[in-house]
Design a protein. Sequence first.
Length: 265
Amino acid sequence: MENVRKRIDVKLVSSWNGRYGAEAQISKPNFHSRAIFDENLVAIQLSKTVVTIDKPMYVGFSILDISKTQLYRFHYDFMRDRFKSNCKVLYTDTDSLVYEIRGQNVYEVMKHKDNINEFDTFDYEKDNPFGMPLLQENSKKIGLMKDELSGKILRRFCGLRSKMYSVDIQNGGFIKKIKGIKSSVVKNTITFDDYLQCLRENTIISREQHNIRSRLHVLRSEKERKIALSPHDDKRYLVPGTTDTLPWGHKDIVAEPAAKRSRHN
């Protein structure tokens, strides 16, 4: 959803004096900044003096909240009800969940007549080995959960932090996600074992990447070195001695002793 408060006016001026010159523009109370291209051309950025709030911003955050509610309902009312303590959340995002399920056949549970309408299974192969029914009426239906791998077996999963995880698919290669790193760099230089090394050895892995950027409307090629994989997640609390995390403020987070905190300072 567009934020109309971020709209701006940009004036291109080629002289200093005059009613529409640079001097007059930068003297305005809504002057924000300027960019000098050369001695005869300057861009002046002005803030809007009148903002018309005509976008339904409430729709944007309502959709996000409804999505979260749907995800919580699926987890607590369906998964926890069917699998009890046999299911564990490994990773979650706005509209997705990755589970570890032990002791039960998840496909048998999914295709049961009382459960099948929780899922969109139309992308499964017709002759899939699980006997999963392909219901046309559930295809692309809003609110249903979907197997992103469409029946392929997920062998291993390694999640380091938000938008940073990898999936090892049986006979199907790997899915590797790293926010902020070019997909070509991730594809060609990062392996599933790099994720495991980062997790188990508490190491930070960096990669170089090349970008084409525009500065003052001049294109240039830049090389940068960025952190690709990091075991440090500032959005979650890492339970000592485990790979489990808790949200900040969770009741099970034990406060550090005062003496230990003072040594850190």
